[in-house]
Ligand binder design. Structure first.
Ligand SMILES: [Zn+2]
Length: 460
């Protein structure tokens, strides 16, 4: 199998982002230690090798039709924070046409893998062969089983990974939107319409595009933001705005913190506050995906806010939850979504009315400065992506499967106990083991064979 799908090792500059202080996704000190000592190498597999292996099987399963030899490929990127300083990055691809398996991590094939830092330079270096292959696939196609297949490419990831691959500004820049020409200063004008207007062919003329996109063979409207991160990051914003409000009003004391923790326990979310040594501000548990959804749906805001205020913010949260459900529902009408999203933004920006400190004063919700790039995308671009890609549905571009895959693989393969089983000098690097494991899994998936005892052991 490793002859059919070769694994290439690339020497990497040893680079740790010492300023980075990211929220860890992986905490196990043994794994962090192993990943940190492995940052000198990256690994690659050839997408053409993998396609040659999987396409005949997709034809056999009637997923692909040789009479219409088009393959739709979704490329994704993900970086896991292993401790606070190091990332484990991977680029994968999956066959969109195989829609029933699009949420299964085993059907996202790794092409590039490396421990280190999530930055343009590392990805640029590691992706040279992959990019050449993608150019070839889109320009001339690939002959498999005597048929010349042609390829449509899509890319999806979280915001940070997407902007790095696009050679574009970070989210906190003046020109922050990968798809339109809006600047931060124009956030306050909610009546202005924004739509996907940049073109990949001339991407360098727009503000904020500093480097050649790593996937410049993919049209910009095929670069799709991950729906999971839309939910995660906007929920973060809504939650932080509430915490900020409690802090502002001076009620963020032991009693308030205890009430919040108790309410989190009630909705079965593990949550606590703590203070880092020598630090005045309070840190709190960073919530995982499902827990964020629970908070968004069920957290009783009246435990920490006055009743009218709690009702107003609850309405906003419910509105966002409904929008998120609509993104995931393939039957959602894009025009209705656009209208609802716009309406939601208007509620988000509800201004205060009346004279402050008088009886008729009604406090509004939030200011244009509180709008995040993800909120801009939710309101102005999601309906466009929905319309353009309704054949697949936006849920088909969710990165949850790729995140899970990365998380599982790092946790399994960077454990010293497992790795020490190899003897001394012959000890293989974990990234090679990961790709060999994927090769084996592909072989067994396709041949429908029994899983070997060794694989079962690695899956535990
Ligand atoms: Zn935009």
């Amino acid at each position: 199998m490793n002859n059919k799908i070769k694994i290439n090792i690339v020497e990497m500059p040893q680079y740790i982002d010492s300023d980075s202080n990211e929220t860890p996704d992986i905490f196990n000190p043994e794994v962090i230690d192993e990943v940190t000592t492995s940052i000198s190498k990256g690994a690659q597999r050839s997408i053409k090798d993998i396609l040659k292996f999987i396409v005949p099987n997709l034809v056999k399963r009637n997923i692909l039709n040789p009479q219409q030899p088009i393959v739709n490929i979704r490329i994704s990127g993900d970086g896991r924070n292993v401790g606070k300083k190091v990332k484990h990055d991977m680029i994968t691809f999956a066959i969109l046409d195989d829609i029933d398996n699009i949420h299964n991590p085993n059907y996202h094939h790794t092409v590039v893998l490396y421990p280190g830092s999530e930055n343009y330079e590392s990805l640029d270096m590691l992706m040279i062969p992959f990019r050449n292959e993608l150019h070839e696939l889109t320009e001339i196609g690939l002959i498999i089983g005597g048929i010349n297949w042609i390829f449509n490419l899509y890319f999806s990831s979280d915001w940070k990974f997407l902007t790095i691959c696009l050679g574009f500004n970070s989210a906190n820049s003046l020109f922050f939107c990968p798809w339109c020409l809006i600047s931060k200063k124009e956030m306050s004008n909610v009546n202005k319409e924004w739509s996907i207007s940049k073109q990949m062919d001339c991407i360098n003329i727009y503000n904020g595009h500093h480097s050649v996109p790593l996937f410049n063979m993919i049209p910009l409207d095929h670069w799709i933001p991950d729906e999971l991160h839309i939910m995660l990051r906007i929920t973060d914003r809504l939650w932080n705005l509430v915490l900020h409000e409690i802090q502002e009003t001076g009620y963020f004391n032991d009693v308030a913190r205890e009430i919040i923790v108790k309410e989190m326990n009630r909705i079965k979310v593990n949550f606590h506050f703590w203070q880092e040594k020598g630090c005045q501000t309070w840190s709190f548990t960073s919530l995982m995906g499902q827990d964020k959804l629970k908070v968004l749906q069920f957290f009783d805001l009246s435990t920490i806010l006055p009743p009218t205020r709690a009702r107003a913010i609850r309405m906003l949260w419910d509105g966002f939850y409904d929008l998120y459900m609509d993104i995931r529902n393939p039957a959602t009408n894009p025009k209705t979504f656009k209208r609802n999203a716009k309406m939601w933004l208007k509620i988000f920006l509800t201004p205060s009315t009346g004279v402050p400190n008088s009886d008729d004063f009604v406090q509004g919700l939030y200011r244009p400065n509180d709008i995040t790039p993800y909120i801009h995308v939710l309101v102005f671009h999601i309906h466009e992506f929905m319309e353009k890609h309704k054949k697949w549905g936006l849920k088909s571009f969710s990165c949850a499967a790729v995140e899970n895959k990365n998380h599982q693989q790092v946790s399994q393969f960077f454990r010293k106990t497992l790795r020490d089983e190899g003897n001394g000098a012959n000890r293989k690097s974990a990234i090679v083991q990961i790709l060999e494991f994927e090769n084996r899994k592909l072989h067994y998936n396709i041949n429908d064979s029994q899983v070997t005892p060794k694989m079962i052991k690695l899956q535990v």
